[in-house]
Write a protein that binds this ligand. Structure first.
Ligand SMILES: [Mg+2]
Length: 275
């Protein structure tokens, strides 16, 4: 079994990142970070967990072996139970739907989905997940500049991912899938979860930047009245991120560090926009 770090190679940097030289981040007092793909390469953990679920399952059913191509063709981007249905359909395997409360040992759509979630948490616990170093560097820099930070994730596993990445104590506010379900907030591409995070930080949305790598997340940022939408290009592509509403696009977040106001050395310096 290969580790996720082997699967995830560093992105190559573009020689000249087209960040406008007059970019002014001094009005941004809060950063609302997506988690999967922005702070952590969580996709690799999900891929491993799906493999742990379906490799033995398909073998036991005498079906064609599970491959990473199956992940991209039938599972990626879909809610968990839809991914189960889609993969089983590709192999012509039928199992009962079952109930959301089905245990992970049940061979039902919901049981298999719940087994995948167990495999995800087991993979996280065994292998951990290493946050993107450039994202951690940016997080360090914005916090040193006195900015507030929140995580806004659709995932219901956000706390365990943050814990595994060693980032759990860095965020005073986490709005994840569990919080959204509890509070009845529509998920991305609606802006509501980002708006709630700004509210919990005690900041107007216009003083907050949304940091996203996914289409639905950039759309959510563009749909609200946020100060800035930062797109991190992990594969969606610059043109697409811009079209969807990103104000600036980076390959890695540390490209923005030179544009942060240097308030760390003068914490009492007056701000133009006191709240
Ligand atoms: Mg993401």
């Amino acid at each position: 079994m290969t580790s996720h770090s082997e699967q995830h190679e560093q992105h190559e940097r573009l020689p000249h990142s087209p960040i406008p030289s007059d970019l002014d981040l001094s009005g941004i007092r809060g950063y609302l970070f997506d988690l999967d793909g922005v702070l952590t390469p969580t996709a690799a953990v999900h891929m491993q967990a799906w493999s742990r679920l379906f490799t033995p399952f398909l073998e036991a059913h005498g079906a064609a072996p599970y491959t990473d191509d199956d992940y991209f063709a039938y599972i990626d981007g879909k809610p968990r139970y839809d991914g189960v249905r889609s993969l089983l359909e590709s192999r012509g395997i039928r199992v009962p739907e079952g109930e959301v409360s089905d245990g992970p040992a049940e061979d039902t759509v919901h049981g298999l989905g719940n087994r995948k979630n167990d495999a995800f948490n087991q993979t996280l616990a065994e292998d951990g997940v290493e946050a993107y170093p450039a994202s951690v560097a940016f997080l360090d820099a914005v916090q040193a500049a006195g900015c507030r930070v929140a995580v806004v994730s659709s995932s219901k596993n956000a706390p365990s991912v943050l814990e595994a990445a060693g980032l759990a104590d860095r965020f005073e506010v986490v709005v994840d899938g569990v919080v959204a379900a509890r509070d009845g907030l529509p998920g991305k591409p609606e802006p509501d979860t980002f708006e709630r995070a700004a509210e919990l930080l005690g900041l107007p949305t216009t003083a907050c930047a949304v940091v996203e790598d996914a289409e639905s997340g950039v759309k959510a940022g563009a749909a609200g009245e946020f100060g800035l939408v930062i797109g991190v290009d992990r594969g969606v592509g610059r043109a697409a991120l811009e079209e969807l509403g990103a104000d600036i696009i980076v390959d890695e977040l540390d490209e923005l560090i030179p544009f942060l106001p240097n308030t760390a050395s003068s914490p009492d310096s007056p701000r133009e926009d006191p709240s």
